[in-house]
Design a protein around this ligand. Structure first.
Ligand SMILES: Nc1ncnc2c1ncn2[C@@H]1O[C@H](COP(=O)(O)OP(=O)(O)OP(=O)(O)O)[C@@H](O)[C@H]1O
Ligand SMILES: [Mg+2]
Length: 576
């Protein structure tokens, strides 16, 4: 299936819960326009009525009553269309779209999130919602309504005079067709560029605001303001260029229109003076020409904006529904019973330089393994590979003797509990932050987990206790408190493999000791990998592996390894 038809199917899928409402919205707008056409005929009748031979004033009253009924019906259908669009459609469609797009992110692989600004992703989701609301307005009050209105005006001209009808048909279809071609080719590509630049701008803006405190500390606010100004200017440049083209084209179309109108006006006044055209028809003609002019302009305008909305939707669709970097959902799920881990002859590089070459590591069931090594030696990369965040260029990684490459990534996540090096907290309560590790957890389970992570006492002292909001990325908490929330999460999980990546590095010795005790108590039957720079963290491990430049340079019990490497500062990038 071609990319375009997939895109159209995607746009149609956004209308799934509002199919009936969409029909109501469009049809009632068309009906309202048809009543407008009838209304104009009645007005023409009123103008010509007094000149009829058997005219009676009671006829005039009858026609006026019909006119009023038609006006009321026109308004009723107009309101039905507008209320359906602005209230019921928005109410049902936008939440559906948000949910659908967010869920779709779950299909994306890890590199998608590493390679794109979070602001770019979120603004794409938001833009799709905004553009669909916009599209609904443009299609009903713009496109459909104007199309019906233009057809009505042409029907009117046809009934007045065939010459006027043909001239007007050529004039206005000429204006519309040239305008549409012109804008598809010149205007829309510029809008696309402007939108790409704008999403880039929003990405940088979000990133800068997220890191504003750091920018200020380092005196970089000024620089970033300038950069944002430039980025905004870039988006304006394309948009201004597009608008300039729109104005030039509009001016040319207006000149052609005025000349043609003047000729037709001369022709019809001439007909009227020879009694070949009634006064009603003359007024009708002038009225139809004026409304055709504004309708064609607005029609082209709504076409351009519909085109613009589609360009924006397509851009967002390309980012969110790009079929590279997808998770391997179709593969079967892994079932981990023992929790053994094996890196078998693994070579891996992120970009140019290999982090690992022919790397072997074998961890048995229920073994507790410590990993140490200088910064950048590849410790976190080992976890990234085990989690299938990245795929090694060579070799295999086996869990329970099963090649993880043959199993879907989500099932790997379900079987490994991981405390990452960077604690990631959401801007919500402490309670919700712990709960993300197990959405079905009860209040008591959360409290129990917090107690095991030495966090409960601290939480109880807070004004809002478990309902305390942690701030964006947990900014209102200390580094150690944040880490303890991350640690509380693991006590909610039940998996055969548990990995700690510098999980206790921000804790004081006493708290770390207590948590370590709990870890050993509650994860007695699990395989544990513990990455640490502070060697004392690893004293209860079965053995410690020392890595340098992606190579295992030493292995041994904590009793042997800790004294041997105690003098080496693993936080500095010196040789081991
Ligand atoms: N996403 C990435 N893209 C490209 N290179 C990366 C990426 N992540 C890490 N690297 C590089 O891979 C190498 C190993 O990084 P890794 O994070 O595994 O080190 P580490 O041993 O965990 O270090 P630390 O002790 O500082 O956490 C480093 O040279 C790093 O710059
Ligand atoms: Mg690391």
């Amino acid at each position: 299936m071609s990319k375009n038809s997939n895109f159209i199917r995607f746009v149609l899928s956004l209308y799934k819960p509002v199919k009936f409402l969409t029909i109501v919205m469009v049809i009632s707008m068309v009906i309202s326009e048809i009543f407008d056409l009838i209304k104009q005929y009645i007005i023409k009748g009123i103008i010509d009525l007094p000149t009829a031979s058997n005219f009676q004033i009671s006829d005039l009253y009858k026609v006026i009553i019909i006119l009023l009924v038609v006006i009321v019906l026109e308004l009723i259908f107009f309101y039905i269309s507008n209320i359906t669009r602005t209230i019921y459609m928005v109410k049902q469609q936008t939440p559906y779209i948000s949910e659908k797009l967010f869920k779709n992110l779950d299909k994306k692989g890890y590199p998608f999130f590493v390679n794109n600004f979070s602001g770019k992703i979120s603004s794409s989701i938001n833009e799709i919602n905004d553009e669909i609301v916009n599209l609904n307005t443009l299609i009903t009050t713009g496109f459909m309504s104007l199309l019906t209105s233009m057809i009505s005006s042409l029907i009117i001209l046809y009934t007045i005079d065939i010459n006027i009808f043909i001239t007007a048909l050529i004039l206005f279809s000429g204006i519309i067709i040239t305008r549409l071609i012109y804008f598809s080719q010149k205007y829309l590509p510029l809008i696309q560029k402007s939108q790409e630049a704008n999403r880039e701008y929003i990405g940088v803006l979000n990133d800068s605001i997220l890191n504003f405190a750091s920018l200020r500390v380092y005196g970089s606010v000024e620089n970033f303001s300038k950069m944002l100004k430039n980025k905004k200017q870039e988006t304006n440049y394309f948009r201004n260029k597009a608008s300039a083209k729109e104005f030039t084209y509009g001016a040319i179309a207006n000149i052609v229109y005025v000349i043609t109108f003047a000729i037709l006006l001369y022709y019809s006044v001439n007909m009227f003076s020879k009694n070949l055209m009634s006064l009603g028809n003359l007024i009708f003609f002038i009225n139809a020409m004026i409304s055709l002019k504004s309708d064609t302009t607005l029609f082209a305008w709504s076409y351009i904006h519909i085109g613009e909305a589609f360009v924006k939707l397509k851009n967002c669709y390309n980012l969110l529904y790009d079929d590279t970097n997808l998770l391997d959902d179709t593969k079967e799920s892994i079932e981990v019973v023992k929790g053994t881990i094996k890196f078998d002859n693994v070579s891996f590089k992120y970009t140019k330089n290999y982090v690992f070459q022919n790397f072997d590591l074998c961890i048995k069931e229920k073994e507790k393994v410590g990993i140490i090594g200088v910064s950048g030696s590849g410790k976190t990369t080992l976890v990234n590979l085990l989690f299938k965040f990245y795929t090694p260029q060579k070799g295999k990684i086996l869990i329970d003797n099963k090649d993880i490459n043959n199993y879907n990534t989500k099932s790997i996540y379900e079987n490994i509990t991981y405390v990452p090096q960077e604690t990631i907290l959401l801007h919500t309560t402490i309670y919700e932050n712990i709960k993300i590790a197990k959405p079905t957890a009860s209040y008591n389970e959360i409290v129990a987990a917090a107690k095991k992570a030495e966090l409960h006492e601290f939480i109880e002292k807070l004004d809002d206790k478990y309902d305390t909001i942690v701030g964006e990325r947990g900014i209102k908490l200390s580094g150690g408190q944040r880490q303890r929330i991350a640690l509380a999460r693991i006590f909610l999980r039940d998996s055969k493999i548990v990995i700690f990546d510098e999980a206790t590095s921000s804790l004081d010795n006493n708290t770390e000791f207590k948590i370590q005790q709990n870890i050993h108590k509650y994860f007695n039957n699990q395989t544990i990998i513990c990455i640490a720079h502070r060697l004392s963290t690893l004293k209860d491990m079965d053995y410690i592996v020392v890595i340098d430049n992606g190579i295992i340079i030493d292995t041994g019990s904590p009793k042997v390894i800790i004294p041997k490497y105690e003098k080496v500062d693993f936080l500095k990038n010196n040789d081991v």
